[in-house]
Design a protein around this ligand. Structure first.
Ligand SMILES: [Zn+2]
Length: 272
């Protein structure tokens, strides 16, 4: 594909991602509150003024209104524009770095991860439609790849990844429960790791486990250092870290693994 045409596709991927993420904002707010995601139409939570279509354009409306409701001027959480930019950036990056049109097969998973991370962050729970949905999507995707490639390899990768992701996390949940006498890991995290495996296979599970734990520890240290309000929320949900680590794997997993193995062999070489 010539590069200017490719840039146009990347641009439209960003726009599409931002539009989808704008809808995800509604899902993130309403689903944990058991509200319908279609009715009533978008309105200001403070003054109930309906949000007109031209006030509902992703990113641009937020900037034009300077992050305030058009009628009562109440501040709108910057979370909204953050999620919209994130959705746009991930969709565009999938096209730009994960093989053009092929990268777009990950769009639905990116959308699920955004919803899951935000709901887990707010409410410490991972909805089944995110975690179980991710497993179903991963297996379906790899089944289609198997059919296209006329090889059982992709489907085997998905099934073994699912078994490993679910298995390792379930074991950690049982052991953690016995060691600490309280729930160390939610069932949502267990199923979410199963989804990571179903999509990307067993190597991804290992990678996400290590990188996710490291990121989680860093986050915990930062939260403790900040103290105050954040410290009280000491129990930082693992879901967003799993998602973050899976994104790192998808976009940079290969070079990181190659670098790590290289460093390891240099180290053993130097020692031996
Ligand atoms: Zn208002």
């Amino acid at each position: 594909m010539n590069s200017s045409l490719n840039n146009i596709f990347i641009f439209w991927s960003f726009c599409f991602g931002a539009v989808i993420a704008s809808f995800l904002n509604v899902v993130i707010w309403r689903v944990p509150r058991c509200e319908s995601i279609v009715r009533p139409p978008s309105h200001c939570p403070k003054c109930s003024a309906p949000i007109r279509w031209y006030q509902n354009i992703p990113i641009l409306s937020y900037l034009a209104l300077r992050g305030r409701c058009a009628s009562c001027k109440t501040r709108i959480s910057p979370r909204y524009i953050f999620v919209e930019v994130l959705g746009g950036a991930l969709f565009a990056a999938a096209w730009a770095y994960l093989g053009g049109p092929w990268g777009t097969v990950l769009w639905p998973w990116f959308a699920l991860m955004i919803v899951g991370s935000m709901i887990d962050f707010d409410h410490h729970l991972l909805p089944d439609f995110v975690t179980v949905g991710g497993i179903v999507y991963g297996l379906l995707l790899n089944a289609v790849f198997s059919l296209l490639a006329r090889s059982p390899a992709p489907l085997f990768l998905g099934v073994s990844g699912l078994a490993m992701g679910f298995g390792v996390m379930y074991l950690a949940r049982i052991l953690g429960g016995k060691l600490f006498g309280q729930e160390a890991m939610g069932m949502g995290d267990v199923i979410l790791m199963g989804a990571v495996g179903a999509i990307s296979g067993p190597v991804a599970v290992l990678f996400v486990l290590i990188v996710g734990c490291l990121a989680g520890i860093c986050g915990g240290v930062v939260a403790m250092a900040l103290g105050g309000k954040l410290k009280r929320r000491f129990e930082i949900p693992f879901g967003p870290y799993i998602c973050l680590a899976h994104l790192v794997f998808l976009f940079a997993g290969e070079p990181i693994i190659v670098w790590y193995l290289g460093a390891l062999s240099r180290l053993t070489g130097a020692l031996g």
